[in-house]
Design a protein around this ligand. Structure first.
Ligand code: PXL
Length: 281
């Protein structure tokens, strides 16, 4: 099997298991080289008090210029948490520089959940993130992020399948070929995702048991696994199912221990299951 290479563009939170500290181990475990373009260094993710934050926006252009001189290529470009309009602009330029006909641009527009924007994000930023999705092949917002990107009121419950399908079509109308909505639930106790392939006008969905807990970084476990599985040749529907299963397994493996840490999930312990799902062992 030839060696594939993904580049992940997001912050690195040194302690806390999110963003690059999730993308690096998961994508590497899947047998894929994971290059990184770190956008900021934080001492911890934002759940801890007193974290340090060093913005690396000024380093992005020199790094990208070097990579262009070296003529590096990537089988996938995966973006997560991005902190400013300037970074969105630079990432958009990165997409133009490194897009090839056969590679994959995967945008996880990390900025909101449960009806609320994360601290520091604004509705204007969400609209600008929607602009970045124009250049993506796959976008994976949750219901809240989708509503903010579309400039619509956020509906977290009481919706029907038509609402989800319409939202997915509006997301692909932004420009991405494939859109996936996470956190979709039509019955109590079950939650999952619905996706839309605009090239075939086909929908697909996958639901699992709802776990009534919430941890930082689970979205990054989901997105990193999905990117890796796509690069490994899985279809989008297969990749998302594997990603959802691994995310659920990571949470279950965490809460099974009453002494569990509360700042992240034990995705490390789900890696054997991930390799099994890929047929690697
Ligand atoms: O999991 C997304 C994420 C990424 N980066 C930072 C975060 C979070 C979630 O809170 O704090 C810095």
């Amino acid at each position: 099997m030839d060696m594939k290479r993904v580049v992940s563009i997001q912050d690195i939170s040194c302690v806390g298991k999110c963003s690059l500290t999730v993308a690096l181990p998961i994508i590497s475990a899947m047998g894929i080289e994971c290059s990184i373009l770190p956008t900021a260094v934080l001492s911890t993710h934002t759940m801890f008090k007193g974290f340090t934050f060093r913005d690396l926006t000024d380093d992005i252009t020199p790094i990208v210029e070097h990579w262009k001189r070296e003529k590096f290529e990537f089988d996938a470009i995966y973006t997560g948490y991005l902190g400013s309009f300037d970074q969105l602009e630079l990432v958009s330029g990165f997409f133009s520089d490194f897009k090839r006909p056969d590679n994959l641009i995967f945008v996880d527009p990390v900025m909101a959940d449960n009806g609320k924007l994360y601290p520091g994000f604004t509705p204007e930023f969400a609209r600008a993130m929607a602009g970045l999705c124009k250049k993506a092949d796959v976008v994976v917002p949750n219901l809240t992020e989708a509503a903010f990107m579309l400039g619509e009121e956020c509906r977290l419950s009481g919706y029907d399948e038509k609402y989800i399908k319409d939202t997915l079509k509006k997301l692909t109308a932004l420009g991405a070929k494939y859109a996936v909505l996470t956190g979709v639930s039509f019955e109590p106790g079950k939650v999952g995702l619905m996706g839309y392939d605009s090239t075939k006008d086909e929908f697909f969905s996958y639901y699992h048991r709802r776990l009534d807990v919430s941890f930082h970084g689970t979205g990054d476990v989901f997105a990193s696994t999905a990117v890796g599985a796509l690069v490994r040749g899985k279809t989008l529907a297969e990749a998302l199912k594997i990603a959802a299963d691994i995310t659920v397994a990571s949470i279950e493996l965490t809460i099974a221990d009453p002494e569990h840490e509360n700042y992240g999930v034990r995705f490390e312990r789900a890696i054997p299951q991930l390799l099994h799902a890929l047929g690697d062992c």
